[in-house]
Design a binder for this molecule. Structure first.
Ligand code: DAT
Ligand code: MG
Length: 139
């Protein structure tokens, strides 16, 4: 089934000017980037986006990090996009990421791990609508 997933190229990657390199990996893996924009999140927006992690000890650091510098948010479309993008991203901790994944290639640490991807159909729909209206998505 053709799916859509929400991807974020995080501050560590935008700061190092590797958005294009990451987009090349995304496109080479067969995803279509059907919406994309660069923005700086407010702390409140980052907290809302990551509210599922509110009880975690790393929540405050995570939200401050995500709102510290520009991010590129994008909608990716592909067969089985949600699971396949998780595979292309690699493990949350780059020390555990498989060769050839985005996080293995680019992540600095478990926190500064270069990319976000939705983890389920419901969260993908919620996260896409957090950033994009229907007219901004060109599938
Ligand atoms: P993922 O981004 O792979 O979906 P997650 O949803 O469990 O991982 O966590 C969201 C982000 O929070 C993750 O990309 C980086 C940060 N994070 C997760 N676990 C962490 C930890 N143990 N220490 C510091 N930051 C962590
Ligand atoms: Mg997650």
């Amino acid at each position: 089934m053709i799916e859509r997933t929400l991807s974020i190229i995080k501050p560590d990657a935008t700061l190092r000017n590797i958005t294009g390199e990451i987009n090349s990996l995304i496109e080479a893996a067969g995803f279509r980037i059907i919406a994309q924009k660069k923005l700086i999140l407010t702390l409140d927006q980052a907290k809302k986006f990551y509210d599922v992690h509110v009880t975690k000890p790393f929540y405050n650091d995570l939200c401050e990090y995500l709102s510290s510098e520009p991010v590129v948010v994008q909608v990716l479309e592909k067969e089985n996009a949600i699971e396949e993008y998780r595979q292309l991203m690699g493990a949350t901790n780059p020390a555990n990421a498989v060769e050839g994944t985005i996080r293995k290639s680019y992540a600095i640490s478990i926190g500064q791990n270069s990319v976000h991807g939705s983890d389920a159909v419901e969260t993908a729909a919620k996260e896409i609508s957090f950033f994009f209206s229907e007219v901004e998505i060109v599938g």
